[in-house]
Design a protein around this ligand. Sequence first.
Ligand code: NAD
Ligand code: G6P
Ligand code: MN
Length: 435
Amino acid sequence: GVKIVTIGGGSSYTPELMEGFIKRYDELPVREIWLVDIEDGKEKLETVGEMAQRMWDASPYDVKIHLTLDRREALQDADFVTTQFRVGLLNARVKDERIPLSYGMVGQETNGAGGIFKAFRTIPVILGIVEDMKELCPNAWLINFTNPSGMVTDAIIRYGKWEKVLGLCNVPVGAMMAEPELIGKTLDELVYSFAGLNHFHWHRVKDLRGNDVTSEIIDKMYGDEDSGIPANIHDIPFFKEQLKQMNMIPCGYHRYYYRYEEMLAHMLEEYNDPNVGTRAQQVKQTEAELFELYKDPNLNVKPEQLSKRGGAHYSDAACETIASIYANKNTHIVVSTKNNGAVPDLAPDDVVEVSAYVGAAGARPIAFGSFQPAERGWLQLMKNMELTVEQAAVTGDSGLALQAFTMNPLIPSGQTAKRVLDELLVAHKKYLPQF
Ligand code: NAD
Ligand code: G6P
Ligand code: MN
């Protein structure tokens, strides 16, 4: 049987993960699941851990959930380690969003100044996890979901020197679930090709005869139907002529770059409305509701309310990835992995988010080809911005942090940027020992 370890096990997403494993038990015979958390997450861990055990007890399978605050105890002989932790919990996210917004900049958990600081807090922790894995489970696969998922995955390989890792995101899953219907097709009648970076990828779609249907989907994206945008992103439409020109569908997060003005205006409006607040404040409410439900000893299925979270359906990516590695399925999955030439516009050892075949040897990225100058420019800027963030995260060099801020398209350079940087450094001091 397979031993799974989930770090950040107290997350409200854990029941999703359990559902995904239960659904796939026939191809992925799980023996035990260890949910790891820290002192600050102890209560959440206990509540969601009991809920997880009830889900298995209601299934035909005999799986034991272990709860622990001792990561090293859990990692011993693990086969798969999944990570879904949030350093500083939602209070840290509130600061990532609130501080930039208070200076009139986008305040978002994976983009702009907030995303940079989430990387600063997370990268040292993930590198510590990798060191433990080298000692306790050197053959395990690390499946990273922790944001910013692309940078974290890149840092695991580049600085942690750990190659058996795949980064995941639910955004591609959402697109593949919603779009086929828009053109009256099912997913198995289409071929999807994704390439770019996490929360900064584009995709094209063909039918089984090789005809490009991207443009057809673009046309239908302007109706009332759901085109798969995650619940946490405000749905300002892209300019149609721009999508038609590129003949690709950008990911939901591209709105912050292609419609900067409108996204910022909407964010400021919510932030300045005391009844709404930042996304993290909204998520706190959803989380409280979810944990109330999880406390019900009769609940043993994933509740509907979880779909209010932007990460809904992520277990479809996580569990499918693990099952594909375990059973050498060579499934098409969109993962963050080493480029290896799939995107010639970036270096071979840059981590990209790309369509890949996932099997026992990991991910084989599918060649996407070069981008046109417009998208190539964005991509190269964003990747090198990410690399600067990672370098700052491992060295604690505040000059590098300022360099990353200056490169980031969502942060206008100047005195205000420096003020936001300094304020975030102070606000997150407890979680930034490297600075
Ligand atoms: P959360 O706030 O519920 O945090 C999950 C748990 O992590 C908490 O119980 C917390 O105590 C624990 N934790 C914090 N520091 C830890 C540490 N050092 N070691 C072990 N556990 C620790 O978070 P959430 O909303 O469930 O999200 C979890 C993570 O997944 C976040 O990083 C989030 O950005 C990410 N996420 C990613 C995607 C994606 O598409 N890749 C989607 C949704 C969420
Ligand atoms: C998305 C993303 C995640 C992100 C999340 C936020 O769709 O893919 O990477 O962290 O949703 O959701 P939340 O409900 O926490 O705002
Ligand atoms: Mn994501």
